[in-house]
Design a protein around this ligand. Structure first.
Ligand SMILES: Cc1cc2nc3c(=O)[nH]c(=O)nc-3n(C[C@H](O)[C@H](O)[C@H](O)COP(=O)(O)OP(=O)(O)OC[C@H]3O[C@@H](n4cnc5c(N)ncnc54)[C@H](O)[C@@H]3O)c2cc1C
Length: 477
């Protein structure tokens, strides 16, 4: 270990190799602040060649590497264990935008670019990068790729995998693999790019990527609509998709339990209904054409009129019980702030068992009903919060204890997990929708992933990373 550190220090300066405990502390603690590890050093390369040299040195000495972007992982994937044997390889100083091509509608960027910086930079050129979620001010594109992040716009644009055209990565032995291409068609064998997306740092270090861009919406119409139940919420979604030619940008499910937590823990957010509804959806549609995005002579914004019409027809058919449409950008922001602050709100609520699950859209309602019954049999009066990205079938499902019963609840936590994972399996869902496996879902990976798929993953890992130095203990049991 001493040799490894002195070799690193002989090649790189003090701002690149951190070994002081104080300097390393923010890199070894996870976002929720619940897990802390120890690192041999934190290295902060500024080029792909630096990454390659560092990884080669780690390969030769068998030193484990934990790649890190914005360290916003909520699955424990981005921090080292407490052995102190691993280095954290932070991409934060590799934050250059290498190219934006409005003609090809692509951007090529280094892995350490912060998501929000990318969004803002392309917006200056009337372009749109649609990946979006609460951690956008800190998370980085390399981390987004490594976790195949989702967020609120997946219903229209897909998750990070679908937004990526090419990747550059450093393999566990220090070789640079250049798959950095803007091609939309390239049938030249196995798609190795896709191996790195969602690999959570276990197969190599992503150093750059070419990502798709879209036309910047010129206007958006946003509403909170109260729906009678999840199935009718989905009918509303499909109606909106048909009426807009697939222009639904977001369709988020928000139950009463969450709104009550907002009242209690985040009163700064404005709940747009006088009486808290049982269930509502946050729906947003967008327009890129002037025909829909410019206020007409009648003073009406066509895209808003369209949303109003959809909601009105939903009201007539019993799909919508009440609705509030944002009448200004400020009101729209206010609506989104409550949604984007969701993780902070549920975290502030204290003891809970949380899940990031996905289901086929037509199974979401059945799962939620089934879980309500199963949970009641485990412990009466549990509070179930089934909020999430309903448009793509992803629920951030949390189970909270009845008031004052945290201890008894924790004793039942394993039974709750087993019930949720079991139900997910029965309904054809996945136990990890967008946050990844990290360390927190290894149990589910062992017990609920198809065993053959898991064995093939282990074989791929052993081939690319024979010494097992890339993010050991993460993703694969
Ligand atoms: C408030 C909040 C809201 C969130 N909302 C969402 C959401 O809606 N949808 C969603 O999908 N996620 C969400 N997340 C989770 C998290 O932000 C994402 O997983 C994000 O993509 C992680 O990016 P990061 O740069 O912070 O990566 P990190 O946390 O640093 O790392 C995550 C994983 O990727 C690996 N990794 C990081 N960079 C690289 C690289 N360059 N090469 C190889 N491996 C690498 C790490 O080793 C680790 O396993 C949220 C998190 C927070 C805190």
């Amino acid at each position: 270990m001493a040799d490894f550190i002195s070799s690193l220090k002989s090649k790189f300066d003090d701002s690149t190799v951190l070994t002081d405990a104080q300097d390393m502390s923010k890199y070894v603690t996870d976002w929720p602040g619940k897990m802390t590890g120890k690192a041999l050093a934190v290295v902060r390369p500024t080029s792909t060649e630096d990454v390659a040299a560092m990884v080669k040195l780690a390969f030769e000495t068998g030193t484990p590497i934990v790649p890190q972007g914005g360290n916003t992982s909520v699955a424990g994937g981005s921090i080292p264990d407490d052995s102190g044997a691993a280095i954290v390889l932070s991409l934060e100083r590799m934050n250059k935008i290498l190219e934006i091509s409005p003609a090809a509608m692509t951007m090529t960027v280094e892995a350490g670019c912060v998501l929000e910086t990318l969004q803002n930079t392309v917006e200056e050129q009337d372009l749109f990068f649609p990946l979006n979620f609460g951690a956008k001010g800190s998370c980085m594109i390399g981390g987004n790729l490594a976790t195949n992040a989702g967020g609120q716009n997946v219903v229209r644009y897909g998750n990070t995998r679908e937004l990526c055209l090419g990747i550059e990565a450093v393999l566990p032995d220090g070789r640079i693999i250049n798959l950095l291409s803007g091609l939309r068609k390239d049938n030249t064998g196995y798609d190795l790019r896709d191996l790195f997306i969602g690999s959570e740092g276990t197969l190599g270090v992503i150093t750059a990527a070419t990502m798709k861009l879209f036309h910047l919406p010129k206007a958006r119409a946003t509403s909170y609509a109260v729906v009678p139940d999840i199935s009718r919420g989905l009918e509303l979604l499909n109606r909106a998709q048909a009426e807009t030619g697939g222009a639904v940008e977001a369709f988020e499910l928000i139950p009463r339990v969450f709104l009550e937590l907002v009242q209690k823990h985040a009163p700064q957010h404005h709940i747009p209904f006088e009486n808290i509804p049982e269930l509502c959806v946050l729906i947003e549609i967008a327009a890129t054409s002037d025909a829909e995005a410019v206020v007409g002579e009648d003073g009406v914004l066509p895209i808003s009129a369209k949303l109003e019409k959809i909601l009105e027809s939903g009201f007539e058919d019993g799909l919508v019980l009440d609705a509030v449409i944002a009448s200004s950008e400020a009101q729209r922001r206010e609506m989104w702030e409550m949604r984007e602050g969701a993780l902070e709100v549920v975290t502030a609520a204290g003891t809970r068992v949380g899940f990031d699950i996905s289901l086929p859209l037509d199974q979401v309602h059945g799962f939620v009903d089934e879980m309500t019954q199963r949970a009641e049999a485990i412990m009466p009066n549990l509070k179930m919060c089934h909020m999430g990205h309903l448009g793509d079938g992803n629920l951030h499902y949390s189970v909270f204890p009845p008031e004052g019963e945290s201890e008894a609840f924790l004793a039942n936590a394993d039974a709750i997990k087993t019930a949720v994972y079991g139900s997910i399996s029965d309904f054809g869902g996945s136990f990890s929708a967008e946050h990844g496996i990290g360390t927190t879902k290894l149990y589910a990976m062992t017990n609920y992933k198809d065993p053959v798929a898991l064995a093939v993953m282990q074989q791929i890992k052993a081939t690319l990373d024979p010494k097992g130095i890339m993010n050991p203990g993460k993703l694969l049991p």
